[in-house]
Design a protein around this ligand. Structure first.
Ligand code: GLN
Length: 287
């Protein structure tokens, strides 16, 4: 079988899954094929005659079967691009989403303005519920002068985050395992910025999302009945460890971003803003 035939066959197979068919069978097939053949997608288009070995054909078919069950491409290839960086992902961590890039962008903006206002002073950023480490690592990569730490309740997630930190920022993010409901790490002088993409999906919605077989960790999505249980725990915990005049950024759903902003306000945060993501949806509350 050559690449063009494999791609056509794959699209035909993938269209059998209503979830996959509703999404992007052509793209899925090209990503899997290019990874298996070890060539870029552009190269694949230019050279549809490239042949697959028996072994590669077998791998391709078994990956298509996984995709057919709903496994996301990122879990099959074990990688996902975020902030222009390639992160390792496994089902122990949520797959980084482009929605979250606005949080990184805003975090970098805050870090840069602290640097301008207080040249030479340490800037310390804490990422809570780090998962794959994508936010912490992206911030460290763009603002290497910031000291970045990250926490997660899951030891398995932290293993992946550490691998990503080694590969992408020379292991320069420090990780601490912990449950935010028991409080956040305290440092002398307090954190300059706390950022978080906590689980924020209402329980019922989280469960139904996972029915498509995506296999993302329920614990990374399920935020209780209205999705905001962790946000309600995070906000006072952050207040306890933040420096004076510091900032907080919390990702939430387009459906609960204004409630997140309200929680920030009622806990004493000021200058509250809701940032929209690239799809123009309310995504990140800042205070
Ligand atoms: N919509 C987000 C996702 O699917 C939800 C992430 C979260 O709960 N933090 O990745």
């Amino acid at each position: 079988m050559n690449a063009a035939q494999a791609r056509m066959k794959a699209v035909e197979i993938l269209k059998k899954n209503p979830f996959v068919a509703a999404a992007t069978p052509e793209l899925d097939a090209s990503i899997l094929l290019s990874k298996i053949l070890g060539v870029s997608r552009t190269m694949l288009l230019a050279h549809p005659e490239i042949g697959l070995t028996r072994e590669q054909e077998k791998d391709f078919i078994s990956q298509l079967e996984m995709r057919l069950q709903g496994t996301p491409i990122a879990y099959i290839t074990q990688e996902k691009e975020f902030w222009g960086l390639r992160f390792k992902v496994t089902p122990a961590v949520l797959i980084p989403k482009p929605d979250t890039e606005i949080l990184v962008e805003r975090a970098c903006g805050i870090v840069q303005s602290i640097r301008i206002a207080h040249p030479g002073a340490p800037i310390r950023v804490l990422d809570v519920c780090t998962g794959s480490g994508c936010i912490a690592i992206a911030v460290k990569r763009s603002c290497p002068y910031a000291e970045v730490s990250a926490t997660d309740i899951s030891g398995e997630a932290l293993e992946i985050a550490r691998e990503n930190s080694r590969a992408l920022v020379d292991d320069e993010v420090s990780f601490i395992q912990g449950d935010l409901r028991q409080g956040l790490p305290r440092i002398q002088g307090g954190w300059s910025l706390v950022v978080s993409n906590p689980p924020y999906v209402p329980s019922l919605v989280a469960r139904s999302l996972l029915e498509d077989g995506r296999g993302e960790p329920l614990s990374a999505l399920d935020g209780g009945s209205d999705g905001l249980d962790l946000v309600r725990a995070l906000v006072p915990a952050a207040l306890d460890v933040l420096a004076p005049n510091s900032r907080i950024l919390i990702e939430s759903g387009e459906y609960n971003a204004s409630e997140t902003a309200r929680i920030l306000k009622s806990s004493g945060f000021t200058d509250i803003v809701i940032h929209k993501d690239l799809e123009n949806q309310d995504r990140v509350a800042e205070g």
